[in-house]
Design a protein around this ligand. Structure first.
Ligand SMILES: CC(=O)SCCNC(=O)CCNC(=O)[C@H](O)C(C)(C)COP(=O)(O)OP(=O)(O)OC[C@H]1O[C@@H](n2cnc3c(N)ncnc32)[C@H](O)[C@@H]1OP(=O)(O)O
Length: 297
């Protein structure tokens, strides 16, 4: 996706990590980040992601990023677009308090890092960019893929997780989040709190909505005459765990440190441990990057 401004000036690193302040962590030559242009990039990518997933509205925007403690990883290709660079895609993660069912069907309260939104521009999909971005995030957050929860993963994303990380067997849940075998392994009692037995009628409250469900709720809440025609039902992910539409997320945590401290956001942190994975992703790419591009003007 290209823009009528210089992506390389906005995002000096190949992968930038943005937080609530929409800051890339690096200020070029003492200037503040040109926030309006950064916001435009986030908004346009968010819209394209929603469109690709057939969501009724974007779940990622600059405004939403500013009001949540999420991390937004942006991948660019610096040489494209006459040297001004293009935005290739993004990955958004954040901690969520979730009530999940373990393998024995017991409710546990947990607060994992969740993948909330993930998008690579259409013409660049299946070239290894998604893996590059995801691998970077894993190193930045120092987390393994099976320790994470996935907010209503799309069929493409499920295929991605199966192919690259052998995440194939999910543990059935009664909400939109998908977790895989291994999620409940190696977790201390502090990380997984058993929820007391349920009293009759939905007592584990308050539940808030997942990002995706929240969008649907926002749309439903519009007063007449602003109510839009009913959106087509979201297609549930193919995982058996996601056949239920109601999320039991208790919302995004207002403030939460990662399980282990992560390096400062912004720059590519040195040479990552599994940099061979990232190198492989790059090697996989073809010249399609320059052939066709989504353009924002
Ligand atoms: C919680 C959430 O965020 S759910 C939303 C996930 N996002 C989307 O569905 C938006 C549209 N899809 C995309 O943006 C991308 O395809 C992503 C982000 C899922 C993956 O990024 P990519 O750069 O395409 O992935 P990468 O090239 O590293 O890996 C390729 C693998 O991903 C999966 N994949 C990617 N595109 C497709 C596709 N069109 N159909 C099926 N599987 C696909 C496959 O497993 C593929 O391997 P294969 O080509 O051997 O079949």
């Amino acid at each position: 996706m290209d823009f009528p401004f210089d992506i390389n000036a906005l995002f000096p690193e190949r992968i930038s990590v943005l937080d609530q302040n929409l800051a890339t962590g690096r200020k070029s030559s003492g200037r503040p980040d040109p926030q309006a242009q950064i916001a435009t990039v986030i908004d346009e990518l968010g819209k394209a992601s929603a469109k690709a997933q057939k969501l009724p509205a974007p779940i990622t925007s600059a405004a939403k990023l500013q009001s949540n403690r999420h991390h937004f990883y942006l991948l660019k290709e610096g040489e494209s677009n006459g040297g001004r660079g293009v935005a290739v895609g993004f990955l958004k993660v954040g901690y969520k308090k979730l009530f999940l069912l373990d393998q024995r069907g017991a409710h546990v309260e947990t607060e994992p890092l969740c993948v909330l939104d993930f998008y690579i521009t259409e013409n660049l999909q299946r070239h290894g960019y998604g893996l590059e971005l995801f691998s970077y995030m894993l190193q930045h957050k120092r987390v393994e893929p099976e320790q994470m929860a996935y907010d209503r993963p799309s069929p493409k994303f499920l295929s991605f997780l199966g192919k690259h990380f052998e995440l194939k067997n999910s543990v059935p849940q009664v909400n939109n989040f998908v977790v895989f075998d291994g999620f409940f392994r190696n977790k201390s009692a502090g990380q997984l709190r058993k929820v007391p037995p349920k009293k009759p009628e939905g007592e584990i409250k308050p539940y808030s909505l997942s990002e995706r469900e929240a969008i649907r709720e926002e749309q439903r809440a519009l007063p007449w005459p602003f109510v839009r025609p009913a959106a087509p039902p979201l297609s549930p992910p193919l995982a058996p765990s996601s056949q239920f539409s109601r999320s039991l997320s208790v919302g995004s945590s207002p403030s939460h440190a990662p399980l282990r401290p992560a390096p400062a956001s912004g720059a590519h942190p040195g040479h990552p441990q599994n940099s061979h994975v990232i190198e492989n992703c790059r090697a996989k790419r073809t010249s399609s990057l320059n052939r066709s591009r989504l353009s924002f003007h």
